[in-house]
Structure formats: C-alpha cells, structure tokens
Design a protein around this ligand. Structure first.
Ligand code: CDP
Ligand code: CDP
Length: 194
C-alpha cells in the first residue's frame, strides 16, 4: 500500500526544504514537481511537445534553478496540454511502494486528491522574496516583483490554480525557521501514520 504526502505552496515558501527532510525521515521517495515545469520552460520550442517528450537529461540540466527558469516554468504551466502531459508521471511516482512526497502547486488538489497527508506551506511575499534573494542574489526589488508576478500567474490560471486543498493543513513559515517548519510537517505525518 502506498502513502502519499502532498506539499503545495508558492515560491520559496519552504516546500522543498520540508519535502527533503520528510523524505529522509520517513524513507519516502521525493519528487520536486517544479523541476518538470522548469525543464519544459527552459527547453524552448513548442512547450506541449517538450512536455510530452521530457527526458531524464532535460530534468538534469544545471540551469533549472535560475529566476528566469522559474518565470519560464510558470508561463508554460498555465497551458492545459502541458499540465496534462505530466500527470501520469507524477501519479506513478506517488504510488511508489516505499511512500512518496511530492511538492508543487496542485499536488493535493489535482495530482493526488486522495493523498494521506496534504500540507499547504506559505509565507508572506516579502519573506519569500528575501529567501530567494539570499539564494540567487541580484536586485532585491526585482526578486520581489518576480515572486509577486509568479504568485499572481500561478493563483489566477484557469487550470490547476495554486490554492490549498480543502483538507490541507496550512503551515505559515513567515515566522518559522526551517527546523520548526519541518517539525510541524513531521508531526502531521506521524499523526496520520498512527
Ligand atoms: O521549495 P520552495 O521554493 O518552496 O522553498 P525552499 O527551496 O525549500 O526554501 C527557500 C529558502 O528558504 C531555502 O534557502 C531555505 O533554507 C529557506 N527557508 C527558510 O529560511 N525558512 C523556512 N522555514 C524554510 C525555508
Ligand atoms: O521552487 P519554486 O517554488 O520557486 O518553484 P517550483 O516549485 O520549481 O515551480 C516553478 C513553477 O512551476 C511554478 O511557479 C508553477 O508555475 C509551476 N508549477 C506548477 O504549475 N505545478 C506544480 N506542481 C509545480 C510547479
């Protein structure tokens, strides 16, 4: 029997940090689904064809973490055919026997609506932009503008908009360090594992 943890939230809310810690703690496989959209975004050409033909090589590119890749990802992520092409891969991953944690925008709402645990990780745009700026550098005002632009695009698209599933546990990390956020997530998972 599989056990799936769905972790959604906006950019730099701390989803990845929590997901990696949860995977290590419980022995679950981890899929950062943002990488799929980033890989489609940076590949160029027809995004629908890119999503349908995504390869392991595409997912291993070194330039997927840049701000430009994030923006490109959120543009192609609004295309329904791109999203549709990536659904089965994510669902197959979620069904892995050792258990799985997937983080993204629509895991609890669309990809795994029956996930055993759903978390929605968030924080204020200012806090998230500051975290991204610490990671990537550049102009702080531009990083905040990019975060807001991506939030707006991800929350207002017609297909699979970013929003908490009705049964998601919300973790606001604005005033939590990574350790405290991880502890909150692990407590929710332990409660469900029994
Ligand atoms: O995956 P996501 O974009 O949601 O965020 P992340 O990559 O997990 O976190 C972005 C940055 O914020 C990382 O450098 C984390 O170490 C940091 N972070 C933090 O300062 N406090 C938290 N509660 C969570 C993450
Ligand atoms: O790490 P960060 O939160 O900045 O971004 P990401 O998780 O790598 O996602 C990049 C972009 O891909 C997001 O802004 C979304 O537009 C899109 N995405 C999505 O639509 N659905 C997902 N499940 C994951 C990412």
């Amino acid at each position: 029997m599989s056990f799936t943890v769905a972790i959604d939230g906006p950019a730099a809310s701390g989803k990845g940090t929590i997901s990696r810690a949860v995977a290590a703690r419980f022995g679950f496989a981890h899929l950062d689904t943002g990488v799929l959209y980033r890989a489609v975004g940076v590949k160029g050409g027809d995004p629908i064809a890119a999503a349908r033909g995504l390869s392991a090589q595409d997912l291993a590119r070194d330039d997927l973490r840049t701000g430009e890749a994030g923006q490109a990802a959120s543009k192609v992520a609004a295309i329904p055919e791109v999203r549709a092409a990536l659904v089965q891969f994510q669902r197959d991953f979620a069904a892995r026997a050792e258990g799985a944690v997937l983080d993204g925008r629509d895991i609890g709402t669309v990809i795994c609506p029956d996930a055993e645990v759903k978390l929605f990780v968030t924080a204020s745009p200012e806090v998230r932009a500051h975290r991204r700026w610490l990671e990537l550098g550049g102009d702080a005002g531009q990083v905040l503008a990019d975060v807001r632009e991506r939030d707006d695009r991800d929350m207002n698209r017609a297909d699979a908009p970013l929003r908490p599933a009705p049964d998601a546990i919300v973790i606001d990390t604005s005033e939590l360090d990574a350790e405290a956020a991880i502890a909150a997530a692990c407590a929710a998972i332990e409660a469900r594992l029994g």
